[in-house]
Design a protein around this ligand. Structure first.
Ligand code: WTA
Length: 637
């Protein structure tokens, strides 16, 4: 496979960028031309950011799986599509060629059909990182069912909320998942979730851990039995469903500043073109390279850069079931060595945690196959950047620090590996087709260089979300109402003297904990459900490994006899309501929260205290009771 739209040098980057701004429609149409369409589009783009309404490649017909699978069979049928490395290094790895993956996707798509799934149905997928997860995702896309993947670390309550929001009719899960030394009982979590989800008629369970599971008659079936049934039918082919470019491809829930996660909706045509274009260009993927992204398919990075981007490019994508520290902190390097990985895409939190183990686990691993490195999910501090560059890339590999969001579908601001300049701590320059601008609080554009502001995007790009599922008003409100005619990212950003972008972090009430997005309001709601809690306020604070930690201020009805145990109980409630990833790192019991006279909690003050920036609390005279601040300062953890 060749990529005629792959940028080859700095002049081509500048040329592509210029053209993408002058003539976005021509620019994207030229790229989209290189994909497999059943029918070409009538109109490249129609948009306004006020309704808002965004349509790319209208009238175009396609199926993304024909682009990820069928079109490669002739030339790349025997090339590894997915290399899968299990959690336990003693267990055998698996390799699925494009042909094998195609066959398995078609088989499982037929399983879905046999179980009554039709185009447009919503399917919840809650699985560990095994090839069957990628197969399930692609099988949904094959028949036009909309997948909603829920990360394996979310609780039953969170799954149930997501299933209900999208009225899913079927769930695909596993008996359990191996992660490090843990064995997570996924099916049992699903059983709890489904007690409150009447829309779910079927559950398909793949075996992985062989942990005992209860199978409900009439509802639950085994993946393997269903596959056998398809084989008994003689493995009929599964033609891909013809989809409109703007038909929904998937929903992925993500946290915002309100208590309820929102279902980010991506559609077929634009998302495919954008995921592929950004993959091929950012990483400068060359045919035959082995590419390893350490994310989980439960997050957008896994959707775009483990599955759709690489597979649509005919790449070899490595999927790892486990965690970087199991059985020891050399595991990622071991995998790079074992499979001669060429491109490694990971998260700052993983790098920081591995840095803590020193160079022992890195030494004696052959990392000479590595050519390009990438980082995603949160700002990468310079120390981690240099450690990655020097000790993993041995000073020879470019690092791409890629800024983007669940909502953007693909990478937005990043170096182009080895072509545009990199700068530690900076996402640097926009992808062609991306028009970032900085605005002040009043929404006025901040021009020039050496400036700070809120990051917005002023023109649509094909990968952007189209709505939030079932609530278009929320879509408008969240992204397009803060600043007129601009998509607001929620991030603060610096543009330095040279015009390079550095993301400074969220400016809304969203935390980024180990690269996971968590809304403060969600955590507060969960804490407030704990018996005896009157109210709570949650803020982030700098954390050496996680990037941000969760700091909760909690008022109780009665003083607790055993404060430490009560803290653990509260953390347990949060784990039950949201999932272990949202457990507070610190809980401080307080007599009262700093509030304005109108009853609004002054988070700014709480944030400063959590950050230990006690001299800059600002004006506290407008508080209802300024003395609470002194008490909170004294009790700071
Ligand atoms: C943050 C993950 C700095 C940012 C792909 C964004 C980053 C949020 C970077 C989206 C980066 C992501 N540098 N910050 N390279 N990448 N972020 O939706 O705050 O899980 O808004 O998407 O992560 O997180 P999400």
């Amino acid at each position: 496979m060749s990529y005629p739209y792959q940028i080859k040098n700095i002049e081509e980057y500048e040329q592509a960028y210029k053209q993408s701004v002058m003539d976005p429609e021509g620019f994207w149409a030229n790229i989209a031309d290189h994909f497999l369409w059943r029918r070409k589009w009538d109109k490249v783009l129609e948009w306004n950011f006020s309704d808002p309404d965004i349509k790319w490649f209208q009238g175009g017909k396609l199926n993304i799986t024909e682009n990820c699978l069928d079109r490669h069979l002739g030339t790349l049928g025997n090339r590894p599509a997915i290399i899968w490395e299990p959690n336990d290094p003693e267990e055998r790895h698996r390799i699925l060629t494009y042909r094998e993956l195609y066959t398995k996707v078609c088989q499982f798509a037929n399983v879905l059909k046999n179980n009554g799934v039709k185009k447009g149905d919503r399917i919840c997928i809650y699985m560990g990182m095994i090839p069957e997860l990628a197969i399930a995702v692609l099988a949904c896309a094959r028949i036009g069912a909309i997948h909603s993947v829920v990360f394996g670390g979310f609780s039953a309550q969170s799954i149930s909320d997501r299933i209900k929001d999208a009225s899913c009719s079927l769930v695909i899960t596993c008996d359990g998942a191996f992660r490090g030394n843990k064995d997570i009982p996924l099916k049992s979590v699903i059983d709890d979730a489904l007690m409150t989800c009447p829309t779910v008629k079927k559950v398909i369970v793949a075996t992985r851990t062989r942990t005992p599971v209860s199978m409900l008659k009439g509802r639950d079936v085994w993946w393997e039995d269903e596959i056998k049934a398809v084989e008994t039918m003689g493995n009929p082919p599964c033609p891909a469903e013809e989809m409109d470019a703007e038909d929904m491809l998937f929903i992925l829930y993500t946290s915002g500043s309100t208590g309820k996660p929102k279902g980010v909706v991506h559609t077929c045509g634009g998302y495919m073109v954008y995921a592929n274009y950004t993959f091929v260009n950012t990483f400068q993927y060359q045919p035959g390279e082995v590419y390893f992204c350490t994310a989980d398919v439960g997050w957008i990075t896994g959707h775009s850069y483990i599955i759709y981007g690489p597979l649509s490019a005919g790449a070899t994508t490595l999927m790892f079931e486990g965690v970087p520290t199991y059985p020891d902190a050399g595991r990622l390097w071991e995998i790079v060595d074992k499979f001669r990985v060429n491109i490694l895409y990971t998260a700052p939190t993983a790098i920081r945690s591995l840095m803590g183990y020193g160079l022992g686990p890195v030494n004696h691993k052959d990392l000479s196959s590595l050519r390009k490195l990438g980082s995603v999910g949160e700002p990468i501090n310079e120390e981690a950047w240099h450690w990655f560059k020097d000790n993993i890339g041995k000073g020879r590999c470019p690092i791409v620090d890629t800024w983007w969001q669940t909502e953007t579908g693909g990478i937005m601001i990043t170096p182009i590996a080895g072509i545009t300049k990199e700068k530690p701590g900076y996402a640097t320059l926009p992808m062609p087709g991306v028009q970032p601008i900085l605005v002040d609080e009043a929404g006025k554009e901040i021009q020039g260089n050496g400036v700070n502001g809120n990051l917005c995007i002023k023109h649509p790009w094909p990968g952007m979300l189209r709505t939030t599922y079932g609530d278009h008003e929320r879509f408008r409100n969240t992204y397009f109402s803060t600043y007129e005619n601009l998509y607001f990212t929620g991030d603060g950003c610096l543009r330095d003297e040279e015009g390079y972008y550095r993301i400074t972090g969220r400016v809304d009430d969203v935390l980024n904990v180990s690269g996971h997005r968590i809304g403060t309001a969600e955590v507060e709601n969960a804490i407030n459900m704990h018996a005896g809690v009157v109210e709570s306020a949650v803020v982030g604070y700098p954390h050496d490994i996680k990037g941000q930690g969760i700091y909760a201020y909690v008022t109780l009805e009665h003083l607790s006899h055993d404060a430490e145990l009560t803290k653990k109980d509260i953390a347990q409630t949060v784990a039950r309501i949201i999932g272990p990833i949202a457990k507070p790192d610190k809980i401080q019991f307080v007599d009262g929260l700093p509030k304005t006279r109108s009853g609004k909690i002054m988070r700014r003050i709480l944030r400063k205290i959590a950050e230990n920036d006690l001299d800059n609390l600002g004006d506290t005279s407008t508080l209802l009771d300024p003395s609470v601040v002194e008490d909170i300062k004294k009790g700071r953890l």
